[in-house]
Design a protein around this ligand. Structure first.
Ligand code: AMP
Ligand code: TRP
Length: 333
């Protein structure tokens, strides 16, 4: 059976940018590709390349998984697991480190950016992040790996490592293809509609988080930066603020920009924003309800247990195969 795999980092809460730009598409994939086996994991090992608070990390892992399910990820269809609960990831990570070069890791732009920003206390883990990510992937032989544009370089490195090991040890790994969602809507900040809505923005007014209550959702939209023209017209170059709000409206309702322009031809920002507040709230309400049902439930633990079991079964097989080819330990039958 063909496979699709992706990992998500437990950092920060999810906002509607990530939801509309990425999670919604991901949920669609699971429904559109019934012939594929899906693996999604919470990449907690990747989160500790910089110091993390214990309580916060624990909370984020659960929160993220519960939110993905609440957004429509089907645990029957998808093996959902926590990376650190599957030992083969760290083990395979080490084996891949021994088949990767310092020079190629030094070229990774994410490492260059992050280490430059940090200056002191850059951990070895931050440096070897891409080899761990390659291990995450290659253990499962996925054909496709859905990621954001920023992860493309890591995917290319993964392909290089896979090919190198395949050449040396006789085909072991499937060489994976990145699946970069082109169609995912890009959602911009409410306070600066020329930059991406981001979980790391210090200004909470710049975004709506998936768990924000009704009054906050509506308030954020009301205070979103627009312009002084007062008409509802899509023009992302000249009028990024209102265009961003129209994009959110369009992605949630499925209406085209023309439909929206016609519907609001004689109306102003106040009416448009009031309606959009209600639309976003109605979209998030069932997600929040399902989230609260799940977050402290045994159901969520059962999902993690089932995912872990399947992940261990698949990943150990691949790990032992490579160990055997390298000549580690005693020969297995
Ligand atoms: P992040 O949570 O920032 O690591 O992003 C996870 C995924 O969501 C990536 O595929 C991003 O491209 C996507 N994403 C994050 N923020 C936005 C946004 N404001 N608009 C659209 N997509 C986003
Ligand atoms: N590095 C990815 C990110 O920051 C998360 C990730 C870790 C991942 N391991 C992965 C994604 C394996 C896809 C496949 O978004």
């Amino acid at each position: 059976m063909k496979r699709i795999l992706s990992g998500i980092q437990p950092t920060g809460s999810l906002n509607i940018g990530t939801y509309l730009g990425s999670i919604k598409n991901f949920v669609k994939l699971q429904d559109q590709l019934p012939d594929y086996e899906f693996f999604i994991f919470i990449a907690d090992l990747h989160a500790i390349t910089v110091p993390k608070d214990k309580q916060k990390l624990r909370k984020l892992i659960r929160e993220l998984a519960a939110l993905y399910i609440a957004c429509g990820l089907d645990p029957e269809r998808v093996n959902l697991f926590i990376q650190s609960e599957v030992p083969a990831h760290a083990q395979m990570g080490y084996l891949l480190e021994c088949h990767s070069y310092i020079g190629e890791l030094e070229r990774m732009t994410q490492y260059k950016d992050k280490s430059r920003k940090q200056e002191t206390g850059v951990t070895v883990g931050l440096f070897t992040y891409p080899t761990l990510m390659a291990a995450d992937i290659l253990l499962y032989d996925p054909d496709f790996v859905p990621v954001g544009q920023d992860q493309k370089q890591h995917l290319e490195l993964t392909r290089d490592i896979a090919q190198r090991i395949n050449n040396r040890f006789n085909d072991i790994f499937t060489v994976p293809e990145p699946l970069i969602s082109e169609r995912g809507a890009k959602i911009y900040s409410f306070t600066d509609p020329t930059s991406k809505m981001s979980k790391s923005d210090d200004n909470v007014k710049s975004r709506i988080e998936l768990l924000d209550p009704e009054n906050i959702i509506k308030k954020r939209i009301k205070s979103a930066v627009t312009d002084s023209l007062g008409t509802i017209k899509y023009d992302p170059e000249k009028r990024p603020g209102i265009s961003n709000l129209m994009m959110i409206y369009s992605v949630i309702t499925g209406q085209s920009f023309e439909d929206i322009e016609t519907a609001y031809a004689d109306k102003g920002y106040k009416e448009f924003k009031d309606d959009l507040g209600e639309i976003v709230y109605q979209e998030l309400k069932p997600i929040q309800d399902r989230y609260h049902e799940l977050i402290n439930s045994k159901e969520l633990d059962a999902i993690f247990d089932k995912g872990r079991e399947r992940a261990i079964e698949v990943s150990n097989r691949k790990l032992y195969k490579l160990m055997d080819r390298i000549g580690l330990g005693r020969k297995r039958k």
